[in-house]
Design a protein around this ligand. Sequence first.
Ligand SMILES: Cc1cc2nc3c(=O)[nH]c(=O)nc-3n(C[C@H](O)[C@H](O)[C@H](O)COP(=O)(O)OP(=O)(O)OC[C@H]3O[C@@H](n4cnc5c(N)ncnc54)[C@H](O)[C@@H]3O)c2cc1C
Length: 408
Amino acid sequence: MTTSSTIAIVGGGLAGAKAAEALRDNDFDGHVVLFAAEDHLPYERPPLSKEYLAGKKKLDDFTADPAAWYRDHNVELRLGTEVTAVDAAEHTLALPDGTTVGYDKLLLATGSASRRPPIPGADAAGVHYLRTIDDAAALSAALTPGSSLAIVGAGWIGLEVAAGARGRDVKVTVVEAAHLPLLAALGAEVGEVFAKLHREHGVDLRLDQSVQEITTDNGTATGLRLGDGSTVAADAVLIAVGAAPNIGLAEQAGLAIADGGVLVDASLRSSDPDIYAVGDIAAAQHPFFGARIRTEHWANALKQPAVAAAGMLGKSAEYDELPYFFTDQYDLGMEYVGHAPEYQRVVFRGDVAGREFVAFWLDADNHVLAGMNVNVWDVLDDVKALIRSAEPVDPDRIADPAQPLSIR
Ligand SMILES: Cc1cc2nc3c(=O)[nH]c(=O)nc-3n(C[C@H](O)[C@H](O)[C@H](O)COP(=O)(O)OP(=O)(O)OC[C@H]3O[C@@H](n4cnc5c(N)ncnc54)[C@H](O)[C@@H]3O)c2cc1C
């Protein structure tokens, strides 16, 4: 890559911003252009459902880089510009105004969008989704003290908003199709912990329930009608049933797709050698797990771009960080590391009822696949070491807080 080369980044989320930073950190002095569909400078999304709703942070506090950074580093930032097509053979991008822009290397960082299930009434006023700062501002305005909120979906975003809304004295009902919250992410053992947490904070948690309809009056949502015929009255409704990766451009460019994302190797390079993908859309081969993993985690958006930038600049690098995410709900803070789509058992260490513990997901041979520390800090490195050791542990020993968190 030379000073006359162009690297284009499509997607103005955290991953896009970190990619621009990484290219300049690697002394690339060619042209960098970053296309962002939103009108805002790239920002981090985790605070939207946490500190922003709680009124503790505003957009400036979680903007990735100020406008001056892009100017000072000669990064062309095209806000409010959605790339509409990629011509991989010609190495060009199409823009809504009919113009095209050429690239030598392309990084796709298009992230995800909220899933919008076809529930009758979902287009009514007062129905919210939460993906962008504009969504968060609209939701926040609806959460006035004494009002009521019905949340469809007890996943991470639904539960974080439930906690934030309770903190604003909003009456909250959460409706979930599964028999526990976070069941797909964490399994039943830890799902129970979150069910108890929210019920103790006054959330009306309706499990094993489908939503038949969003009830409306004059085009404005008034609540939900559930599968068992019962109704939930609400001033506002949040639909939080997961995110769908934005892979339309990648599909249209003819890239290989896997697990709902863009298939990339461990260097984050796609099936086209000049196109890389990072963040929520990247279905990446993981060197440690020997499996393809696609996760919608902030940590990937933060760290994968440095690897992709190195690759685009002809250096060799692989992304082998263990998957990591975190949540904050009421006074529960936790970090989860690892990958346990299937597991044999969960071992707890510490005070589960008091919500101060570490949980370990083990396979049938007692290898630690994943760990989660809840209101226990400074153990993350130990948990990572247990996973990376790939050696079996003694379950009784790791369950005993008096024993060190090591293999033997
Ligand atoms: C409310 C909320 C809370 C979260 N909390 C946590 C958390 O606590 N912990 C955690 O680990 N993760 C959390 N996440 C997930 C985390 O934010 C995502 O994994 C992360 O944002 C992914 O970053 P990204 O840059 O890949 O994509 P995104 O952040 O989705 O950014 C992609 C950007 O690209 C733009 N774009 C898409 N297509 C185009 C196009 N064709 N042209 C131009 N621009 C385009 C989009 O508009 C978007 O702005 C949360 C997400 C949300 C929404």
